[in-house]
Design a protein around this ligand. Structure first.
Ligand code: SAH
Ligand code: SF4
Length: 436
């Protein structure tokens, strides 16, 4: 779709209705995009259908015929009025000012613009980038930091991603698999803390076949009604469908990098096109779609990171985990340099500016190389923290990289407090007064 044309947005009552509407409008040869619903029209994890205004009446007729309930709104650009005025006295390069002006007017940023933002080393420009991202974060998703709990239920993996500390080739002292009872116990601990979303993560481990996982998901849903995020790697479309029907709401499958050459050199077992295919399946099956990348991969350039950010936008990704690459002992990349904290923060800030209404976690990887990393991320656009809720006896065996920070509730509370943010009301913490 042409970015400059006027657009409208169709917001449906349910994901199923939205997907039905999307498919029938496409069948009528109208070009549409699935996009995260702008915050003024719906929740952060819902998806809407964007189309050019010239096609509005035809689309409305189609939807009325099939009796789908929907609302249609102008797809207004989000402006940051007063931005240029507030920067009048700041010493900024002309190129940087032109981009700030675009942000003020709500215009889309190009790849070149993003490269300028990621490239700048001028302290005043970096400070401006961070504060613009923070302002947009506040206006779009507010001050509450979502807290989720991750249970890393198996460190067996059939793949040998060159960067990963639990890859198949790694000679780990202890491989483990949690059984259903152990997983349920960890889930219950999250429920006791009031946490509403559990992330189930593992290596690509076929021991947990789809039937077994579906049984687990149904049980978690029935007993706790929690939101469930899966992060278990690549599977078939049919598996993703069954898992979705069994109760998975979100799926986190990071693209890691959109540079095909780098993707293929870091993933001896993966095919780039298949990875994109998986992301498309997840999207069309109605998952809240999670992706992300690593900063500082071997051979990665700033232009590649800019492409990653545009990919997140174009794919309508809802959750974007951006973390530094950290070498893991015993892997082919064990001696490579760690990704930079500053570049990770810049990438988070630019992603907030470009992708707008999305979940941006303050990642565990960032917190692992900078003890203050979570606060820093929260101050440049991030709005989610993932606690490591794996039982203690397994935690140290799930070392994706060296010195992994075991984010606990105390460190999350500290980061929320130090960034002057709010805790969600659903948390049941004896000591939350004083923080909210
Ligand atoms: N097997 C699943 C989930 C586990 S890996 C999958 O691959 O999707 C989860 C994430 O950990 C990966 O997406 C990757 O971005 C991150 N990760 C793994 N090794 C890392 C490393 N050395 N440095 C930084 N992040 C890493
Ligand atoms: Fe396995 Fe995921 Fe690690 Fe790759 S990144 S080796 S798929 S756990």
């Amino acid at each position: 779709m042409n970015n400059d044309n006027q657009k409208v947005i169709i917001v449906c009552g349910t994901t199923t209705e939205m997907l039905k509407a999307d498919s029938i409008i496409r069948d009528n040869h109208i070009e549409v995009d699935l996009v995260p619903t702008p915050s003024q029209y719906g929740s952060i994890c819902s998806t809407s259908i964007a189309l050019e205004e010239v096609n509005k009446i035809t689309a409305e007729r189609i939807l009325e015929k099939i009796k789908i309930k929907y609302n249609i709104y102008p797809y207004r650009v989000r402006k940051l009025l007063g931005l240029m005025e507030s920067l009048k006295k700041a010493k900024l390069s002309t190129a940087f000012q032109v981009i700030m002006n675009k942000i003020e007017m709500g215009h889309e940023l190009t790849k070149d613009d993003i490269v300028v933002l990621l490239n700048t080393e001028e302290p005043k420009e970096i400070e401006t980038l961070y504060s613009v991202a923070d302002r947009l974060r506040k206006e779009i998703v507010g001050d509450i930091v979502e807290i989720r709990g991750a249970i890393e239920f198996s460190n067996y993996c059939k793949k040998s991603c060159n960067y990963c500390g639990i890859r198949k080739g790694c000679d780990l002292p202890h491989r483990y698999r949690m059984d259903e009872d152990e997983i349920m116990e960890a889930v219950h601990q999250l429920v006791e803390m009031g946490i509403r979303t559990v992330i189930l993560q593992s290596g690509e481990d076929d021991y947990y076949d789809t039937e077994m996982l579906c049984g687990l998901l149904k049980k978690i849903k029935k007993v706790t009604k929690m939101g469930i995020t899966l992060s278990i790697g690549e599977r078939s479309r049919f598996d993703y469908l069954l898992l979705r029907e069994a109760g998975a709401n979100n799926f986190l499958l990071k693209i890691e990098t959109t540079n095909r050459k780098i993707f293929e050199s870091i993933h001896p077992d993966n095919d780039y096109d298949q990875r994109i295919q998986c992301a498309k399946w997840l999207k069309e099956l109605g998952y809240v779609n999670g992706s992300g990348n690593m900063i500082g991969l071997p051979g990665q350039k700033i232009e590649d990171i800019a492409e990653d950010i545009l990919y997140f936008k174009e794919m309508g990704i809802h959750m974007i985990g951006i973390g530094p690459f950290i070498p893991a002992p015993g892997t082919p990349y064990e001696d490579l340099p760690t990704g930079s904290v500053e570049m990770t923060l810049k990438a988070i800030a630019v992603t907030r500016i470009v992708c707008k209404n999305v979940f941006l976690p303050a990642t565990t990887a960032l917190a692992s190389i900078d003890p203050d990393g979570q606060r820093k991320a929260l101050e440049v656009g991030a709005n989610t923290i993932m606690l490591i809720s794996t039982p203690e006896k397994y935690r140290t065996s799930y070392q994706l990289y060296k010195n992994k920070n075991m984010i606990d509730i105390e460190s999350a509370l500290e980061a929320v407090k130090n960034s002057n943010r709010k805790l969600p009301k659903y948390l049941k913490l004896p000591n939350k007064e004083g923080i909210q």
